[in-house]
Design a protein around this ligand. Sequence first.
Ligand SMILES: Nc1ncnc2c1ncn2[C@@H]1O[C@H](COP(=O)(O)OP(=O)(O)OP(=O)(O)O)[C@@H](O)[C@H]1O
Length: 271
Amino acid sequence: MLHATVRAGQSPVETAALQPLLSVDKVTLRYKTPSLLVTATESVSFDVRQSDRFVLLGPSGCGKSTLLKAVGGYMKPVAGTISINGRQVTKPGPDRMMVFQEFDQLMPWKTVLQNVMFPLLVARKLPEKIAEEIARSYIEKVKLTRAVDSFPHTLSGGMKQRVAIARGMAMQPDILLMDEPFAALDALTRRQMQDELLQLWDDTKFTVIFVTHSIAEAIKISNRILLLSPHPGRVKAEVVNADAASTEDGSATALEKDIHDLLFSEPGHRE
Ligand SMILES: Nc1ncnc2c1ncn2[C@@H]1O[C@H](COP(=O)(O)OP(=O)(O)OP(=O)(O)O)[C@@H](O)[C@H]1O
């Protein structure tokens, strides 16, 4: 028995009447180096809707980070299009904020508050007072009020990731792009951060694309999961994770097995 709605194939059919916020349509992404051409993804299509917790899941090297970079506007597709709110993505913009895995994504010479304020001042060009007010409210949301004047080197890995999340969310982007943001954390902190992210989502219903290669993390975080095949990444299936909240019980384990089978099955072996 399959424990979630699964749609196999290249182009997932929309079930809701909601218009997609982001459309990725038959996107092929390629790296060109002096000596070789690497196809990272091939003809990948998916839609992300408002308030989706959309997870890109697949084995190492299947092009998850590359897809996220392209959605961020840092890389141009060699074929296909990416559009947000009906406008084609051609460059980075404050409507798409990235949170990375690395702990060194903060500016070490700036405090927590200054790090979170920075894009509000530079990209949004907000007056200092308003930027500070917004930054403080997001720092509070990630439970870092006490560390507001601390410098990054005095923070734990989890705290640094909270700052990066606060900085991304404070910009109130249309989509938050998270590239394995918890992968470098210890298991306990990782779980705690996943819980906190879900609490934040309950509060603000932000839209997020979350990259991971952990099936368990994908099930916990997502409402929808796009499964990608090994290199070059192609869409294997889309899983609608209706039981996202019930990750601690047996249904999550069963779903985990289903996803594992889908990810590693040969094409045509499974309906
Ligand atoms: N800058 C680059 N130049 C050339 N090839 C690259 C570059 N970055 C990534 N690649 C290649 O593109 C493919 C996809 O890489 P990508 O990092 O997107 O995969 P991934 O699914 O995010 O992997 P992981 O889970 O290990 O982070 C891989 O074959 C990788 O070697």
